[in-house]
Write a protein that binds this ligand. Structure first.
Ligand code: GLY
Ligand code: MN
Ligand code: MN
Length: 453
């Protein structure tokens, strides 16, 4: 979907079935493919689904991860050795590997709302794909990883083709929004179960298992490694250790966990205080309030870089309000003090990948929009347009290493260290929603589910 064909009635997406939305999705992919091939000077787009990867000096494979360019076309996430062929003016083809194999579960025969839109050939051995790929490999843009090479069909990933397809992937079709809405529904269901486990005093490991059970997903399915952090662990941005035993005292809980649906991701973070009347809870409310205002800025034409920079100011205001800093919010941002408390980007694009591609793309022909100076971890610098889906995930953390650095830089007096000590046992706060930019009001996929009965 180009920005001009953008979403203007997202609510209607909820009421449509995937089967009803899918033909338009496929039509848009075919249009994009025709343009990408024309730019690259190729006749066919060929996309291998990918293969299993093995651990070094071992016969154990890693969990299979499908080529995102493949699952864009159909909800096939467990089909290694398959191929997609798209040729302008023809029905797309899927070469579907269904091996004779008694060691592993074999993919079921192709079926579902997507299948009738393809010419499908079932093969039993990976090399049989060669008989069904285009006759002239040199006329193909082959988009995939090197391990997928089959004879002359070696992924060439032409930049003109890849740049165009990845840039356009930022604009989600109504079908894709429906998939992400379902991924959000599953994630929120599991988040609710995780909060109950936290309130009952479970360990990090126990909460993680409760989450997986409620989502009916595990590491093979989840779009990223769950972050389940109690107390001080909330200050480790990507904490994935998961203690097996509960802490002696449970004070706080930060959970960053998503879910997948038909290849699409949700990415959700919530933070809870065990004592609902304490100051940490008040700080959570303040961040939550600020986060909702940031979500309201997900509007066509708004620069995401600016959203990130504005977030620093609004979080610095909270730091001042809670007497964590001794300087004005403006000075805290200018001197880098706010970055010690909020050391990551405000978010990223999301879709087929939790951190979606082309976040810095200047145009669909390439080029880079740089990150603002002093903000190395921002993952998206594009201007927001209707159809884009992004996360909004501000945080305030109490991270020793970064706070010590402030002292080293002579900025120690900017911080109220007694107040920092009081909050440190709670680790940190992050609140993260997935928000779709539309022609009108932002569509918050996460809040929509949390507010559903
Ligand atoms: N869950 C990873 C992130 O929030 O970006
Ligand atoms: Mn995120
Ligand atoms: Mn996250």
């Amino acid at each position: 979907m180009s920005p001009s064909e953008s979403l203007n009635a997202p609510a209607s997406v909820a009421k449509s079935t995937p089967a009803a939305l899918y033909p338009q999705h496929l039509e848009i992919l075919q249009q994009r493919t025709a343009e990408a091939l024309q730019r690259g000077g190729f006749d066919h787009l060929v996309v291998p689904s990918g293969t299993s990867h093995y651990q070094v000096f071992d016969d154990r494979d890693y969990p299979y991860a499908v080529n995102p360019q493949f699952k864009h076309w159909a909800p096939l996430t467990r089909n290694p050795g398959s191929w997609l062929v798209a040729t302008p003016g023809q029905r797309p083809k899927i070469i579907y590997l269904q091996p004779f194999d008694y060691w592993h579960v074999v993919p079921e025969a192709p079926s579902g709302y997507w299948a009738e839109h393809f010419d499908i050939v079932v093969i039993r051995k990976p090399e049989e794909a060669l008989q069904h790929l285009p006759a002239n490999g040199t006329r193909c843009a082959i988009v995939g990883e090197p391990q997928s090479a089959l004879d002359d069909f070696v992924p060439n990933n032409p930049p003109a083709v890849v740049n165009y397809l990845e840039y356009q992937r930022a604009y989600k079709t109504p079908y894709e929004i429906a998939m992400m809405r379902e991924a959000s529904r599953i994630g929120v269901r599991a988040h609710r179960a995780a909060e109950r486990a936290f309130r009952a005093g479970a360990s990090e490991f126990g909460i993680h298992l409760v989450y997986c059970q409620a989502a009916l997903q595990d590491a093979n399915d989840l779009p990223y490694n769950n972050i389940v952090a109690l107390n001080e662990h909330g200050a480790v941005l990507h904490y994935t250790d998961r203690n097996r035993l509960p802490p002696r005292e449970t004070r706080s809980f930060l959970i960053d966990a998503g879910a997948s649906h038909h290849g699409y991701a949700s990415d959700i973070t919530r933070t809870y205080a065990f004592d609902r009347n304490g100051e940490f809870q008040a700080l959570i409310y303040a961040v939550d309030n600020a986060q909702q205002k940031m979500c309201a800025q997900v509007r066509a034409g708004f620069d995401y870089k600016q959203l990130h920079l504005d977030a620093h100011l609004s979080l610095a205001r909270i730091l001042q309000e809670f007497r964590l800093i001794n300087v004005s919010p403006e000075v805290a941002v200018e001197t880098g003090v706010s970055s010690a408390f909020f050391p990551h980007g405000i978010g990223h694009g999301i879709g087929l990948q939790v951190h979606d591609v082309a976040g810095f793309a200047e145009s669909d022909r390439g080029g880079t929009i740089p990150k603002p100076a002093g903000h190395p971890y921002l993952r998206l610098t594009r201007k927001l347009e209707a159809g884009m889906a992004v996360t909004i995930e501000p945080g305030i953390y109490f991270i020793d290493m970064l706070l010590e650095e402030l002292k080293d830089k002579g900025l120690g007096p900017s911080v109220n260290w007694d107040r920092v000590s009081a909050f440190k046992p709670f680790g940190g706060i992050r609140i993260e929603d997935d928000v779709v930019c539309t022609d009108s009001e932002p569509l918050n996929l996460t809040r929509e589910q949390f507010s559903a009965a």
